[in-house]
Design a protein around this ligand. Sequence first.
Ligand code: SF4
Length: 173
Amino acid sequence: MFRIIKKSLSTGVVTGQYPAAKALSEPVSREAIEKAKPFRRSLTIREVDTGSCNACEMEMNALANPVYDVERFGVHIAASPRHTDALVVTGPVTVNMERALKDVYKQTPDPKLVIALGDCAINCGMFKGSYAVTGPVERHIPVDVRIAGCPPRPAEILAVLETLRGAPADRDK
Ligand code: SF4
């Protein structure tokens, strides 16, 4: 126990100590920001993996660690699409996940945002042309926001979520 206390004291506060986000290749549109208005104080997201290599999920999961601590901005992760404001979809849409993606989309209450996370979700990335892939996310459901990268870093994901909330990420709070 003393070892843990000593480590905590010597480490100090790490929250907010992350690299600055790079400029997005596709900025968040005005329409998406307008659509996200009801979620400014609280945004609940659900991640849907339609066939990714899992690296995009790992970057997404990093948002919950003490460095990024996304909950301090009112962003929560839901276990059910029925309690969700925004779907974050990763990976190209594989044959086996096409139906599931459409079902999850239908189960998410309106108004809902769809965020395509990573190159695979946007344009199939390195899986383009595979017999197991039916296309990018927007071929199956409407996409509001695209976050490019392979994988995008948590800082960029957080910057987009903050833009949707209408506030630049305050890295010191
Ligand atoms: S964009 Fe890159 S990291 Fe993300 S699922 Fe595709 S291959 Fe993996």
